[in-house]
Design a protein. Structure first.
Length: 136
């Protein structure tokens, strides 16, 4: 897509700190990292949302995610790792091209993933489950 920043990085119109590339996936450092080593794994096929992506593109990303995650853990001596994938502005997606964030983690790194978990109200779990199953 002509105006997609990730497509421009993929086709070389915008430079990147490239970690890995193959026929289906590009991996590069985020230029605005939450911590050093914050990496983006991007399928070369342009697709806006995870559910729009071809299965083959996601399979390729999955294999590369595993390799790069191991390299971040070993190469940067990370103590942990977050894998983040957002879909839609309300979920925090800023670039409408499917991508995965690999964020190496260290004690005291200052990055927080807030997760205010709360139990379902009475009967809501069953209703939610039924809606999801019906959509499958």
């Amino acid at each position: 897509m002509a105006d997609c920043i990730f497509c421009m990085i993929i086709d070389g119109r915008i430079p990147s700190a490239k970690i890995y590339e193959d026929a289906r996936v590009l991996v590069f450092l985020d230029i605005n990292p939450v911590v050093p080593g914050h990496t983006l794994v991007v399928p070369k096929t342009h697709c806006r949302m995870l559910w729009d992506a071809p299965t083959e593109a996601l399979e390729a990303c999955s294999a590369v995610l595993k390799r790069v995650a191991a390299a971040l853990m070993t190469g940067l001596a990370a103590e942990g790792l977050n894998v983040v994938q957002n879909n839609g502005a309300v979920a925090g997606q800023e670039i409408e091209h499917v991508h995965f964030h690999l964020i190496p983690r260290y004690r005291g790194d200052g990055f927080k993933v807030p997760w205010p978990a709360r139990p379902y109200p009475e009967g809501a779990l069953e209703r939610t489950l039924a809606k999801i199953k019906a959509a499958l």
